[in-house]
Design a protein around this ligand. Structure first.
Ligand SMILES: O=C(CO)COP(=O)(O)O
Length: 135
């Protein structure tokens, strides 16, 4: 599965701890991230991660583009709801595209824990079926 990992600045430590805790699961998948989030997770875990631009410079939109073309299977987004973001329209657009294309999206740690365990249990195998239909 192709998984996008994204965290706003005040949630970076949380996504790092999450990634360390679930590295045994994450390492079985293809990981993508916005710029700074990906750098920090890679430094903390050694997991290979394809990095897009930093969020404010277009990274959320790059992930959105992958969703639009059915090249991303889920989004784990540690969002900071208490700090205004200069690129709020990009964030809304990313979440909207998840809804448009039925891409599983979580926006906080509690959801991410459920998502990653569901992933490991095979709950998202239907994504592979969809992709096979596209081919
Ligand atoms: O701003 C972000 C998501 O909206 C995250 O970007 P960075 O990972 O580059 O900090």
């Amino acid at each position: 599965m192709k998984i996008a990992l994204v965290a706003h600045d005040k949630k970076k430590e949380a996504i790092i701890q999450f990634s360390i805790s679930y590295a045994p699961i994450l390492k079985k998948h293809e990981l993508f991230a916005t710029g700074t989030t990906g750098k920090k997770i890679n430094e903390a875990t050694g997991l290979p991660i394809t990095r897009f631009l930093s969020g404010p410079l277009g990274g959320d939109q790059q992930i959105g583009a992958k969703i639009a073309t059915n090249e991303m299977d889920m989004v784990i987004f540690f969002r900071d709801p208490l700090t205004s973001q200069p690129h709020e329209p990009d964030i809304s657009a990313l979440m909207r595209l998840c809804d448009v294309h039925q891409i599983p999206l979580v926006t906080n740690l509690a959801g991410a824990e459920v998502m990653i365990r569901a992933l490991e249990a095979g709950f998202f195998d239907w994504r592979n079926l969809l992709k096979n239909e596209d081919n």
